[in-house]
Design a protein. Sequence first.
Length: 204
Amino acid sequence: MVIGATYFHRDLHTMKKLLMPVREILESEGKVRIWSAGCSDGSEPFTIAILISEEFEGIIPDSVEILATDVDPDDAFEKFFETGIYKRERLTRIPDKIRKRYFHEDDKSSENLILNDSLRKKVKFMRHDLLSGISPGGVFDIIICKNVLLHFNDAEQSAITGLFYDTLNNGGYLVTEQTHRLSDKDQNSFARIFPDARIYQKIS
Ligand SMILES: C[S@@+](CC[C@H](N)C(=O)[O-])C[C@H]1O[C@@H](n2cnc3c(N)ncnc32)[C@H](O)[C@@H]1O
């Protein structure tokens, strides 16, 4: 069932809208914890890392923590977080100016670019099964789970959304892909905050 299709700067419209909550949480709480659930090869968590870095003049504040998790049954994803090596074709949506700031050439292959260590080290990867019912580590302010829930049946989706609810701080945010619709039951737990993006805020 595992499908890993992903790329950098996917659904940029939604991802950029997270910058406002990130700033607000940093100002009010002094730190922000982000979980990219079902992160595949890291394109999604590194996209938010790049956007936050750009928002903060090229350096992600130390007070921003990004955890990326995937069930990764074929042991295929961890290496991206260890090496930062990506095929150029996965990076075409990143504007040249920004791509040059965060990636460098791979001496061994002209087909690849390598993510700079400073950004790569900002995202921690962990193998985690969303059906386990347990948090990959504490509570979070923002959970990004895009293009993952559609692969599960209604009962599984409900269990995973329940896990997200329990794993979010009060007032925390859940982000899904544009086409995902929360169940009627889940709409009592989360309020959609933008008409043009699937960003939901936890209702306490
Ligand atoms: C289509 S990719 C989405 C990648 C990224 N979130 C995006 O939107 O670009 C779906 C990902 O969900 C992961 N996945 C599937 N079942 C999972 C599970 N039970 N727990 C955690 N991740 C899972 C897959 O391994 C795959 O990497």
